[in-house]
Ligand binder design. Structure first.
Ligand code: GLN
Ligand code: ZN
Length: 765
C-alpha cells in the first residue's frame, strides 16, 4: 500500500506567494526574489510531505498563477497577441506568462488578458487555453523540469503532475470556427511525449495525469480521444508508471472507459461519490491499481478514520494491499494550508478541523492503520480521531434542537407567497406607486479607502463603537441624499457597514466560525477566506434592520432592504459534511426569512435577497441538476415568502447563462430580478423573453466591472433592445451589479446618465 498527494496548496501558509507576486507586478521586487519565494514554498511543501512520510510526493503542482496556464506555456499554446511581449528585451518567460494571465499595458502595448473561468464546481478560476485550427504546439518552458530537479535536490524523487492531454483540450476554447479542439490531440501528443521523455531522462518513475473530465458528461469523441491518447503514450513509455487522477464526481458511465485506459493507477474521488467504489472494484482489470481518494481535499473537516478504513478494507480485500493507494480526494489546492496557525479558534471546534498539512498526516495514518503498520503515535492519533468524530456527533455547539425541529416542520406553504404574482403586482403598484422604468441600484456604493479604514480602526479599537456608527451614518445619509437628488426611484443604504456579503451575515448568525488564516486561492494572487458553517444555523438577533431602518428614516422615498440569500451563503462557505447541503441551506433560509419579516415590520417595503451563486452550485452532471435546483429554489422561496403581497421581493444574480435553468429562475418567483446584462448587449434577456418570464426584470445597463462611464445614449440603446423582447411594464433600470469596487467619480456620472436614460425611455409612453 502506498500514499500519495495529488497536489499541495501553493500560496504559502502566510500567503507569501500572493505578496511576492503583487510586489513583483508593481515593480517593488526583482524577478530573482519572486523565484526565491517560489522555490522556498516548494521546498516547504515537499518537506511537510516528506516528514509526514508520504510515498509519492508531487511536483509541478506549484504554480505562479495557475496550473492550466502553466500547461499552456509548456506546450507553447501562446496566443499570437502576446508574441511581442516575449520579444521585449527585458522580459523573462514569467513576464510573458503574467501578460497572458493579466494583460499587458506598457512599452506602448495594450493587450488583453486571456479569459478566466471556474475550475469545475470549485471557487478556483483557471486561465482558459485558446485553440486555433491546425494549431501546432512546441515545448516552450522548462518549469516542470526545474521543479523536478528542485525536488531531487531536496532528496525527493517527485511525481510530476500534468493536466492530462484530453482534459487540457477540453478546458480550452476554440477561437475560430471550423474545427473541434479534440482534433488537436494529434498535434499535442508529440509535445506531451517530449515532456515525459525529458522527465524520464531526469529519473522520474511516475507521472500523474489529471483527467477530471472523466467524471463529467462527455461525448463519444472525447471517449475515443482518451483511448487514442493513452494507448499512444503507453506505447512510448512502457516502463513509466502512469496515474490517471479523476475527481470532483464519480466515474459513473465513464467507469468502463476509465478502467480500460492503459494506466498503472486510477485515482477516484470517494468523498464526492463513495458509491463508485463497488462498481470499480467489480470491473477493475488485474494490472490496474486503485487510488482511494478518502480524505476530503475540498473541505476543512477532520477525516473520519473508521469510515475511510471501511473503504480501504473493502478495496484491499478485493485487490490486495499492493494494489492500493491512499490519497486525498483531489488536490489540496482547495484547502487552507495549516490549522496550526489558528490560535484563536475555540478548542472544541478546532479539534474537528483539518487543513492541508493535517490532511497529509491523515493519509499517512490511514495507510498505517489499514496495513497494520501503526505505531504508538498513530494509535494515539486514531483514538483522538474517534473522540473528535464522536464529539462532533453530539456537541451542543453544533446541535440545536429548536432549529432541527423548525426545519422538520417546514411545509409547502412556507415556500409560497400568499398570492400569485399577478395579484401581488397590483397590490405593490398601489402601495409603491413606482413610475414606468423604475430606477434602482444593486446595493453597495463605493467602499472607499476611508470607509475601509474606519472598519479597520474600529476593529483595532482605535475608533469606539459610537464613533464608527456615527461615521457610517454620515456616509449612509450622504448616499441617501445624493440618490434623492439625482432622482433614483428605489434607494439603497449603500452597505458601508459590510465587509463582505457573506461574512457580514455569517458573523451575525449562530453556527458559523471564522478562521484567521484559512486562505484558499481563488485565482492568481487572489485568495478568499470562506466562513465555516460548523453547526445548526440560527439568527439570535436582527442583522440588517438597524441600517435599513436608519436609511428609510432619512427619506420619503423607498429604501430597499438588502440581504444575501441562503444558497449564496452556503455556496461561498465551507459547509458541514455531517448533513446534506440541502438541510443546511434550509436552516439558513429560515434565518433569512425571519430577517425579511423583521424588515417588513420595520417599514421596509422592498427587500432584495441576492443569489449570485445559484448557478455555480449546479452539480457537474446534468442528471443531478433538477434535484439541486429543487432544494435551492425552495430555500430561496422559504426566505422570501414570509411577507405580505404588497411587499416587493427582489433578487439579484451576476452574469450567468440562464437558458437551461430559466424555468427554475422563474420558479423562484421573485417580484423583481436584476441581472448582469450589459456586456452581453442584452443577449442574456432572450432566455427570459423566450420563456415569457412573467415577473419584473432589471437587466443591467451599466457595466460596473470597468471604470468606464457609459453614455446616456448607450443605455437608451440597451433599454431599446430590452424592450424589443420584454414588455416595458416589466422592466427596471439598474446597473449590472453592486458598486462597491467603483469610485464615486465614475459612479456619479454613470448613475446620473442612467436616470436620464430611464426618464427618456418612459417619456416615449
Ligand atoms: N448587494 C450586493 C452588492 O451590491 C450584491 C453583490 C453581488 O451580486 N455579488 O454588493
Ligand atoms: Zn452581482
Amino acid at each position: 500500500m502506498q500514499t500519495h498527494i495529488l497536489g499541495y496548496p501553493r500560496i504559502g501558509s502566510k500567503r507569501e506567494l500572493k505578496k511576492a507576486c503583487e510586489q513583483y507586478w508593481s515593480g517593488k521586487i526583482l524577478l530573482e526574489e519572486l523565484l526565491t519565494t517560489g522555490r522556498n514554498i516548494c521546498n516547504h511543501n515537499w518537506n511537510i510531505q516528506k516528514e509526514a512520510g508520504i510515498d509519492l510526493i508531487p511536483c509541478n503542482d506549484f504554480s505562479y498563477y495557475d496550473q492550466v496556464l502553466d500547461m499552456s506555456l509548456i506546450v507553447g499554446a501562446i496566443p499570437v497577441r502576446y508574441h511581442e511581449v516575449a520579444l521585449k528585451k527585458n522580459n523573462s518567460e514569467l513576464d510573458l506568462y503574467f501578460a497572458m494571465a493579466r494583460g499587458y499595458q506598457k512599452d506602448g502595448l495594450d493587450i488583453t488578458a486571456m479569459e478566466m473561468t471556474k475550475w469545475f464546481d470549485t471557487n478556483y478560476h483557471y486561465i482558459v487555453p485558446e485553440f486555433y485550427k491546425n494549431q501546432q504546439f512546441k515545448l516552450t518552458s522548462d518549469k516542470i523540469f526545474n521543479e523536478f530537479a528542485g525536488a531531487k535536490q531536496a532528496g525527493i524523487n517527485a511525481k510530476p503532475v500534468l493536466i492530462g492531454l484530453v482534459s487540457y483540450l477540453l478546458l480550452g476554447k476554440e477561437k475560430e470556427e471550423g474545427f473541434d479542439k479534440l482534433d488537436l490531440a494529434k498535434n499535442l501528443l508529440p509535445v506531451y511525449t517530449e515532456i515525459i521523455t525529458k522527465l524520464q531522462d531526469q529519473g522520474a518513475q511516475w507521472i500523474q495525469f489529471d483527467e477530471p473530465f472523466l467524471t463529467l458528461d462527455i461525448t463519444e469523441k472525447a471517449k475515443e480521444t482518451y483511448q487514442y491518447v493513452y494507448r499512444e503514450l503507453r506505447k512510448q513509455f512502457p516502463k513509466l508508471k502512469f496515474i490517471i487522477a479523476t475527481y470532483f464526481d464519480g466515474l459513473k458511465d465513464n467507469a468502463s472507459l476509465a478502467v480500460s485506459l492503459p494506466a498503472d493507477v486510477l485515482h477516484i474521488d470517494l468523498v464526492r461519490n463513495p458509491e463508485q467504489l463497488e462498481d470499480i472494484l467489480n470491473t477493475i482489470p488485474e494490472n490496474l491499481s486503485l487510488s482511494l481518494g478518502v480524505v476530503d481535499g475540498r473541505n476543512i473537516w477532520k477525516n473520519n478514520y473508521e469510515k475511510s478504513l471501511t473503504f480501504i478494507k473493502k478495496a484491499t480485500e478485493k485487490l490486495g494491499t499492493e494494489r492500493i493507494f491512499v490519497a486525498p480526494s483531489c488536490s489540496l489546492l482547495h484547502s487552507p494550508c495549516d490549522l496550526d496557525f489558528e490560535t484563536a479558534l475555540q478548542p472544541e471546534i478546532k479539534n474537528w478541523l483539518s487543513f492541508a498539512k493535517q490532511k497529509v498526516k491523515e493519509v499517512v495514518s490511514l495507510k498505517a492503520l489499514a496495513s497494520g503498520t501503526e505505531d504508538e503515535s498513530i494509535l494515539a492519533d486514531f483514538e483522538d480521531n474517534k473522540k473528535a468524530v464522536a464529539s462532533r456527533k453530539t456537541s451542543s455547539l453544533i446541535h440545536n434542537d429548536k432549529v432541527k425541529q423548525r426545519v422538520a416542520a417546514v411545509t409547502e406553504e412556507d415556500a409560497q407567497r400568499k398570492n400569485s404574482f399577478r395579484i401581488r403586482k397590483e397590490k405593490q403598484q398601489e402601495s409603491l406607486q413606482l413610475p414606468l422604468f423604475p430606477t434602482t441600484t444593486i446595493g453597495s456604493f463605493p467602499q472607499t479607502t476611508e470607509v475601509r479604514s474606519w472598519r479597520a480602526q474600529f476593529k483595532k479599537g482605535d475608533l469606539s463603537a459610537e464613533q464608527y456608527d456615527a461615521l457610517l451614518k454620515e456616509e449612509t445619509q450622504r448616499t441617501i441624499r445624493w440618490q434623492e437628488e439625482i432622482g433614483i426611484d428605489v434607494l439603497v443604504h449603500g452597505e458601508f457597514e459590510r465587509n463582505d456579503m457573506v461574512e457580514y451575515f455569517g458573523e451575525k448568525l449562530e453556527g458559523f466560525i471564522f478562521t484567521k488564516n484559512g486562505w484558499v486561492q481563488s485565482y492568481g494572487s487572489r485568495c478568499v477566506k470562506p466562513p465555516v458553517i460548523f453547526g445548526d444555523i440560527s439568527r439570535p438577533d436582527p442583522m440588517t434592520v438597524y441600517w435599513s431602518q436608519y436609511a428609510q428614516s432619512q427619506t420619503s422615498k423607498w429604501v430597499k432592504g438588502m440581504l444575501t440569500g441562503p444558497v449564496t451563503i452556503l455556496q461561498w462557505s465551507f459547509v458541514r459534511d455531517d448533513q446534506p447541503r440541502a438541510e443546511t441551506c434550509k436552516q439558513i433560509a429560515l434565518a433569512i426569512r425571519d430577517e425579511v419579516v423583521d424588515l417588513e415590520k420595520a417599514g421596509i417595503r422592498i427587500i432584495q435577497i441576492d443569489e449570485p451563486a445559484i448557478r455555480e452550485g449546479l452539480p457537474l452532471r446534468k442528471a443531478e441538476w433538477q434535484n439541486y435546483l429543487k432544494w435551492a429554489v425552495e430555500a430561496f422561496r422559504i426566505s422570501a415568502s414570509g411577507v405580505e403581497d404588497a411587499t416587493q421581493i427582489h433578487t439579484h444574480m451576476c452574469y450567468s447563462e440562464f437558458n437551461d435553468i430559466i424555468k427554475n429562475i422563474a420558479d423562484m418567483d421573485a417580484d423583481v430580478i436584476t441581472i448582469e446584462c450589459s456586456r452581453s448587449q442584452m443577449e442574456l434577456l432572450n432566455a427570459f423573453a423566450d420563456f415569457k418570464y412573467p415577473n419584473e426584470i432589471g437587466p443591467g445597463v451599466y457595466d460596473i466591472h470597468s471604470p468606464r462611464v457609459p453614455s446616456k445614449e448607450e443605455m437608451i440603446e440597451l433599454l431599446r433592445k430590452a424592450q424589443n423582447v420584454i414588455p416595458a411594464s416589466q422592466l427596471w433600470v439598474n446597473p449590472d451589479c453592486g458598486l462597491k469596487t467603483r469610485h464615486w467619480e465614475e459612479t456619479e456620472k454613470a448613475l446620473i446618465a442612467m436616470v436620464a436614460a430611464a426618464k427618456e425611455a418612459s417619456a416615449a409612453y
